[in-house]
Design a protein around this ligand. Sequence first.
Ligand code: TRP
Length: 446
Amino acid sequence: MPKSEHERGEWGSRLGFILAAAGSAIGLGNIWRFPYVAGENGGGAFLVLYLVCVLFIGVPVMVAELTIGRFSRRNPVGAFEVIRPGSPWKIVGYLGVFTGICILSYYTVMAGYTLGYIVKTLIGDRMPFESFTANPILSLSLFAVFSILTVLVVQGGVKNGIERWAKILMPVLLFLLVVLIIRSVTLEGSSRGLSFYLKPDFSKVTGKTILAALGQAFFSLSLGMGAMITYGSYLSKKDNIVTSSGYVALFDTLIAIMAGLLIFPALFSMNMSPSEGPGLVFKVLPVIFNTIPGGHLVGASFFLLLSIAALTSTISLLEVVTAYLVDEKHFLRRRAVWIVALVCFCLGVPSALSQGIVPRLGRLPLVNMSFLGFMDWWFGNIMLAIGAVLISIFFGWVWKTRRAAAEILEGYPGFERFAPALDLLLKFFCPACIIVLLVFLFIGGE
Ligand code: TRP
């Protein structure tokens, strides 16, 4: 009998889940954002801090989100309602759904550029990044194409869509990265890049470095807006939530480390500055590719890789909002997906026009950033941190680790021993660290 479209899916296998969740985590955040933030924050020392943040804050918050999701079998809004009926906690879920829509809107714009860069690099076009993004028809078309790609995958539902695609796409991504890294580290003068990236210089660490590392950890692991609550809701009771989180974080971190290995050696061999800023990938890499033999092929495969990674992330963002509409508002999956994509597209238009098309959007008054930059700062940073702090407080103080542990024990009978550690991390350590980050941000500590 065909499954009703309202019925909830489940992951077909444990590996399928891990690949899909890792696909959500791995994206522009790892390959575009990580290297430029690391470059601006001193390289090696940033890498170490980032690893610490992933381990002690990222992994516990991910365990919390997955447990909430698997226990409630709901989207973020429904999940809080199931655990604490009638309480205001479901606002955290609404916040997540809203944040998801907003992140998706500008993230897809960036993803569209990566799509465009596949062709641009392949045909050896040397137009600078600014001129490329200044073409309104091109920017909006790429944005639209990427939105439709995301819709087509998510429309298929959990097993047929997300999981099948992730299974095909993730190994391709890994393979391409390895090939490109080999190319990068064999370039002349690349060793200085390696030592910049792998030899930490702690004398340069400031509060700002730590904050950058923490923020990057949330964005990169897709935490703080319920993406992992939603993915957890498709987990089976047999799955081990703690080791699954570990694997996802490991994969994600591995790809980020590899992205650094790809970019820094090449960057230094070109005598370019590691603090090139957000345009790093788009501005610097094509120049590098143009100067090495077969560069346009290497370059095109790099941007293909980046598009693949971005697609598995936009899938997860769209899935959160879709799951909400399907579970709570009883939408047909197909209809929900198109409606959300259309809303995101409209919301993303100002971001798409902010990169050199409409000057007013290119530099917003007061904040002094482009519209896209502002969206990323507000939703990709602050809203995720607010979400993560609320999720850890909910888990540790409201639902209580003791009760949540019963859910984790299913699929992981040995968890008993680690429950006190998780309790400490989620009750005190994570909220304290994140609140410090937020206060710092609001005081203007950059
Ligand atoms: N983690 C993804 C990346 O690194 C982006 C992403 C996907 C995301 N889903 C998310 C970020 C949910 C925050 C929340 O590119």
